[in-house]
Design a protein around this ligand. Sequence first.
Ligand SMILES: NC(=O)c1ccc[n+]([C@@H]2O[C@H](COP(=O)([O-])OP(=O)(O)OC[C@H]3O[C@@H](n4cnc5c(N)ncnc54)[C@H](OP(=O)(O)O)[C@@H]3O)[C@@H](O)[C@H]2O)c1
Length: 257
Amino acid sequence: MTTALITGATAGIGAAFARRLAADGHNLVLVARDVDRLREHATELHDRHGIEAEVLSADLSTEDGIEAVERRLSKPTQPVDLLVNNAGFANKGPFLEVPMADELVMLKVHVEAVLRLTSAAVTGMRARGRGAVVNVASVAAFVPRGTYGASKAWVVQFSQGLARELVGSGVRVMALCPGFVRTEFHERAGLGTERIPDWMWLDADKLVAAALGDLARGRAVSIPDPRYKALMAGVKLAPRGLLSGLTSKTGRKYGPQ
Ligand SMILES: NC(=O)c1ccc[n+]([C@@H]2O[C@H](COP(=O)([O-])OP(=O)(O)OC[C@H]3O[C@@H](n4cnc5c(N)ncnc54)[C@H](OP(=O)(O)O)[C@@H]3O)[C@@H](O)[C@H]2O)c1
């Protein structure tokens, strides 16, 4: 039986990964800050699917939190076969209005934690000759807009580079780039969603099923929906200047209200 460790497993995309992986028979290590919620999910998944679900309370914006997860990932007696670096959030408002402390917390969770946890996991995976890492980025990685997009662009570049380095090692690394997904993400950040058209919303369970399909196919970057694949193909062809203008207009329309 294999074990998957998922960060940000209390809600949204992380909880959907936990449901799907438990249904597929994987043991789980569920990581987030809200330990009561994690315990509730762990019990439910254990009872429903007969898998072992461990709970690890960690705030990935802190040194202690990152270290606790690094330690769990490095345990040779309880190897982790799949790491899903999913924990994340948005800050409300344009760059100059967001307190610097909040921007730095974002970089700690989206960049430093992803970097360190990937390193801790992949070291053992490579020695065992098998394993995988899914780093949850965003389609925001492909458009020049704010610290959120920049941090997710780092996740994509980092994952692609490492995936290439690990070819032939038995270890896969994939950046997952969703569009808008119905989760707690927007509400937690205080972002209005009423102007986002229905067709742009993705379902977290379907997203996870498509992502795991892409991982099995060996993709280094997954944009798991035809609508967003088409949009991102257009983005790749558009000149950078035009893109900045368009994304700040779109940001005003669909972004924080
Ligand atoms: N929803 C979207 O439209 C969308 C689109 C593209 C990409 N994404 C990305 O998808 C990932 C998951 O987001 P989601 O939409 O599922 O959001 P969500 O429903 O708000 O869930 C976020 C998860 O991250 C955890 N988390 C947040 N800060 C944390 C911290 N400091 N330490 C540990 N855990 C933390 C939360 O748990 P606790 O509060 O219990 O710690 C929660 O489990 C994020 O990386 C996000 O950037 C989301």
